[in-house]
Write a protein that binds this ligand. Structure first.
Ligand code: KG4
Ligand code: ZN
Length: 351
């Protein structure tokens, strides 16, 4: 089955064609990230206007290889080569979602193809099945991105149960906000990771300790919003000791932010893995790119007899390939008359 998937939940506009859930035939992603740089974050209105401009060219790019050089319209090509259209319906920014959903509905109407609505957050987990089809169950899936930090139990490829998630800021959001406090602009988690790697921890005499929120409670929920105030408090303490802003201070603060966030993510995820005797641990979402997080998981998992899976970066961040994979393995056919964008779509109940 060949699925054309469309993803526009945040500031990316993506389209991809995937066969039988795992064979990627084409993938195109356009982002308006650079346009948000000067505002210090994503401006929803700017994102959706850009998406309006690039949705058709992005779909055309994804369909290009399927035209085989024949000069037919994109609709004709979809009609001839595609079996179903999958589209992210939520959660996400309303203006952005509408661009993808209305485009997908129009294509489904014009071509008479099936349409499959997809929950964007749940779909992140399926990036793992694109790289490895030998994943053993039960599996614990940690979706950790700029907007979400969610834990799921997968009893099989179709059976997904939400176990817990963040009560406030997502882990990626915590990286992004603290990165801004430290002066890294919109560099986010990647900038924190880079700064941390500059620190020679064994020679560092600075005493910086940030809290590990909710790390020791019994739930599988997270809370990262307190880190912003905590980091400002630590910074103030350093100033009182006469330490002014320097590369050393910034790198040491970045190091401790990364340690705090990754400690909590690892601890909670391993608790879930132990509770459910997981044979596999699946990471996805932009924060899965973090090398310290991967390192900690790899070390700890050795004792659990559980295997770690992490997709390549392009499949961790927002893309349409994972939307197609989810649609194939777990999606349910919808009706284009009734499908609609749902910005606050629950991440707890799979659709
Ligand atoms: O999945 P994603 O591309 O978009 C959302 O759906 O949110 O995730 C973006 C998030 C940002 O918060 C960014 O700071 C974070 O992923 N991120 C990282 C790293 N690379 C990207 N966080 C920690 N370490 C990284 N190396
Ligand atoms: Zn995402």
């Amino acid at each position: 089955m060949r699925i054309l998937a469309i993803e526009t939940s945040c500031d990316e506009t993506a389209a991809a064609v995937v066969e039988d859930g795992v064979k990627v035939l084409s993938s195109a992603v356009a982002t308006s990230a650079a346009m948000h740089e000067k505002y210090g974050g994503i401006v929803p209105e700017v994102a959706s206007r850009e998406q309006l401009k690039c949705i058709i060219p992005t779909i055309e790019e994804a369909m290009k290889p399927h035209k085989n050089g024949v000069n037919v319209s994109v609709y004709q090509c979809i009609g001839d080569t595609i079996d179903a259209i999958a589209v992210t319906v939520g959660p996400g920014l309303i203006g952005s979602l509408l661009v993808g959903v209305e485009t997908a509905k129009t294509i489904a109407f014009v071509t008479g193809k099936l349409i499959i609505p997809v929950n964007h957050v749940l779909a992140h987990s399926y990036a793992n099945f694109l790289i490895n089809q030998q994943i053993q169950f039960p599996a614990i899936s940690l979706v950790v991105s700029g907007g979400h930090t969610e834990l799921y139990l997968m009893k099989n490829i179709k059976d997904l149960t939400w176990l817990g998630g963040t009560l406030d800021d997502a882990a990626g959001e915590a990286f992004d906000k603290t990165a801004r406090l430290l002066g890294f602009g919109n560099g986010g988690g990647a900038a924190i990771q880079e700064a941390s790697s500059q620190l020679k921890i064994e020679n560092c005499k600075l005493k910086i300790i940030l809290p590990r929120p909710m790390m020791h409670d019994d739930s599988l929920n997270f809370s990262f919003s307190g880190l912003k105030t905590a980091i400002l408090r630590e910074w103030k303490k350093l100033e009182l000791q006469g330490l002014t802003r320097s590369d050393l201070v910034i790198n040491a603060l970045a190091y401790e932010v990364q340690e705090a966030i990754t400690d909590v993510l690892v601890k909670k995820t391993l608790r879930a893995a132990q509770l459910h005797r997981a044979k596999s641990l699946l990471l996805s979402g932009g924060v899965a790119a973090n090398l310290r997080l991967r390192e900690k998981f790899s070390t700890k998992l050795e004792t659990l007899n559980s295997k770690l899976f992490v997709p390549p970066a392009a499949l961790c961040t927002d893309n349409a390939v994972t939307i197609a994979a989810y649609a194939y393995f777990k999606g349910k056919q919808g009706d284009w008359h009734t499908i609609t964008a749902v910005p606050d779509l629950s991440v707890e109940i799979p659709i």
